[in-house]
Design a protein around this ligand. Structure first.
Ligand code: F6R
Length: 626
């Protein structure tokens, strides 16, 4: 939810922390701050709003602050306390200064103790209270690392913290317990901390994904990891960093989101390469991940748990698995499921779909299920994320770093993982012959070519997507409707549009319109009809006629040669035919073509509205609170 960076060593801490926070700003951007340690003091600077505001604050004193070689920084997504400068991190309590990501659940009780002792917190945050606890331990004689360890014993919740003290210049202490924190040894001496590996990519080739219950102590000499409970030293193996720093740049695009939309063909190829053995021509959709295969072999039913965009990809996955493999699949919003008393059949496999691998509700469901004896599988884009440690097995999508807050290429990566599961289970259940699976697989590996052509044609001024966006920029709201796998894509379309443009939008199963939502339709509304030429097309076209008759402006998304559909629409966005040369493409693969349309349409509308597309208001990429 929040982003943390810490550093100690021989380089300029200011530079590393500001650059690192920029990379982490997608995690939250309500306020930000930095603390820099000197031999005699710690300087803290913070500001409301984006990191840019902190940079402005420190601009006049940059030359002095840059001489510090240790410090911490934070970019915040507010949970306890409004997004004000006072509530921004780092928090200072006496000589202790800290940043925090997560929630201290027993903060009321700690706050009362602090107030009873005659002291007054400066902020409304739970985080600052931890500073009092560390200070108390240091006043009893403990060094910084030991004080953090002892203080943490009194904290309930899911947190990561990074702490400095003026009494120990150059020492940076990090704790991971629930919220993510990685550490890395600096080859030039010293060490780094960050909420994820992205900010470290330009300095190191390996990182240590700290485990829950780890306390890491960084000095200019290096890094030591200890057990938070006992204080005993523990060894943590380093993992290679697979993301090069270049992948974190915009690469000539105006926005990260646009770049990431265009990276989807590569995501498809990379994810397939990561998940299956492409050389195994006789066994298409066989997973290279042995443990995942083992769990899938045994699964009698599947429950997908997810939130937001990942919930929509899981819904497509449900349709695919039921269609191809005839395995019962249930789809659950993680935030609802965990508080109900769901009934799970024996043999059920719980699959958490989460690009970040950190979504609190999704993780909680998986952990509860695991404890109750069910098998768990994670589908995530982030190596070393919490889901990858907690689930029994994990399938990684290979979308690479996604910086835009609105998910795009990670959604496509999830679709690839899910169709692979469907193919795997279809093979297990002998529902599809080897020939049928081979044919589906060979069509799938050709989708990126068609997708690339489509993306090129639909970028820029003359594109049909841009024309529709310009014509409809002032409507009062959008409905997206579809049937079959176009229904979850309609839901995703409405979410995407709301997220980045703030235009009211809803997604509906086309057949549901007449059960209520159609009352909203008038000439000020736009209805985007997802009606590709699949088994549901004719029914969807009937629904189109219903909204057209009530005056809505119609945007049709359909196959190039579908003239009849085209004539019914005010605006027309064609998708590639289900053909590659003379070979036809299975209609199941249609989501890979409709998805870029709805992403680009949202992008173009947001561009016209002038919103902050890569960092929309009130959102954060990784939702580690419940
Ligand atoms: C929308 C979006 C969110 C996430 C949701 C779950 O663009 O990104 O709706 O999909 O917060 O996140 P993950 O997939 O990380 O569990």
């Amino acid at each position: 939810m929040c982003g943390i960076v810490g550093y100690t060593g021989s380089r300029s801490a200011q530079e590393i922390i500001l650059k690192g926070l920029k990379r982490l700003e997608y995690r939250g951007y309500d306020s930000a701050g930095i603390a820099l340690s000197f031999s005699d003091r710690i300087e803290v600077r913070k500001a409301e709003g984006k990191l840019l505001n902190v940079e402005k604050v420190i601009e006049p004193e940059k030359a002095v602050l840059t001489t510090s070689h240790a410090g911490i920084g934070h970019t915040r997504w507010a949970t306890h306390g409004a997004p004000t400068t006072q509530n921004a991190h780092p928090h200072r309590v006496g000589h202790v200064v800290l940043v925090h990501n997560g929630i201290i659940e027993n903060y009321q009780e700690i706050r009362e103790r602090v107030l009873e002792s005659g002291r007054k917190p400066q902020s409304e945050t739970d985080s600052e209270l931890f500073g009092f606890m560390v200070l108390d331990e240091m006043e009893k004689g403990a060094g910084l690392a030991e004080a953090v360890r002892r203080a943490f014993a009194g904290v309930e919740g899911r947190c990561s913290m990074v702490v400095l003290s003026e009494k120990e210049p150059g020492v940076v202490v990090g704790v991971r317990d629930g919220s993510p924190l990685v550490a890395a040894r600096d080859p030039e001496g010293g060490a780094f901390f960050a909420s994820d590996a992205q900010p470290l990519a330009e300095y190191v080739k390996e990182v240590l994904y700290l485990e829950n219950g780890d306390l890491a102590v960084a000095t200019s000499k290096g890094l030591e990891v200890r057990d938070l409970k006992t204080g005993a030293r523990v060894e943590r193996a380093s993992s290679p960093l697979e993301w090069s720093p270049e992948r974190l740049e915009k690469g000539g695009y105006s926005h990260y989101m646009l770049k990431e939309i265009h990276e989807q063909p590569a995501t498809l190829i990379d994810t397939l390469n990561a998940l299956v053995d492409r050389k195994e021509a006789l066994a298409p959709f066989q997973l290279v991940q042995g443990k995942a295969s083992e769990l899938l072999e045994k699964a009698t039913e599947i429950v997908f748990v997810a939130c937001g965009t990942s919930f929509h990809s899981a819904m497509v996955g449900k349709y695919w698995i039921e269609n191809f493999a005839r395995v019962p699949v249930h789809l659950e919003l993680a935030s609802e499921f965990r508080y109900r008393k769901p009934v799970l059949a024996p043999g059920t496999l719980l699959v958490g779909v989460t690009q970040s691998g950190e979504t609190a509700d999704t993780l909680a469901v998986l952990m509860d299920a695991k404890q109750a004896g069910y098998a768990t599988l994670g589908i995530t884009n982030v190596r070393g994320s919490t889901v990858s440690r907690e689930a029994d097995a994990v399938l990684y999508t290979a979308a690479g770093p996604e910086v835009g807050v609105a998910a795009t290429k990670t959604f496509t990566g999830q679709l690839v993982a899910l169709i692979t599961l469907a193919g795997f289970l279809a093979s297990r259940n002998r529902e599809l012959t080897t020939e049928m699976r081979s044919s589906l697989f060979s069509q799938l590996i050709r989708v990126p070519h068609l997708m690339t052509d489509f993306l090129e044609e639909n970028s820029g001024l003359g594109s049909s997507v841009r024309k529709a966006a310009v014509a409809l920029q002032n409507v009062s709201g959008f409905f997206f409707i579809g049937r079959g796998t176009s229904y979850p894509i309609a839901l995703e379309a409405a979410l995407k549009l709301k997220e980045i443009s703030y235009i009211p939008a809803e997604g509906y199963a086309a057949g549901e319109l007449k059960h209520g939502p159609i009352a909203m339709i008038d000439e000020n509304m736009a209805v985007v009809v997802l009606a590709p030429r699949d088994s549901w097309r004719d029914k969807t076209v009937s629904n189109l006629e219903e909204v057209k008759a009530r005056g809505a402006k119609i945007v049709g998304v359909g196959h190039e040669t579908d003239q009849r559909l085209r004539q019914l629409c005010d605006h027309w966005i064609p998708i590639p035919e289900l053909k590659m040369g003379t070979e036809s493409i299975d209609e199941s693969l249609i989501p890979f073509f409709v998805t870029p349309v709805i992403q680009l349409l949202s992008f173009e509308l947001a561009l016209l509205k002038g919103t902050d597309i890569d960092q929309p208001r009130n959102l954060a990429k990784s939702v580690t609170v419940e």
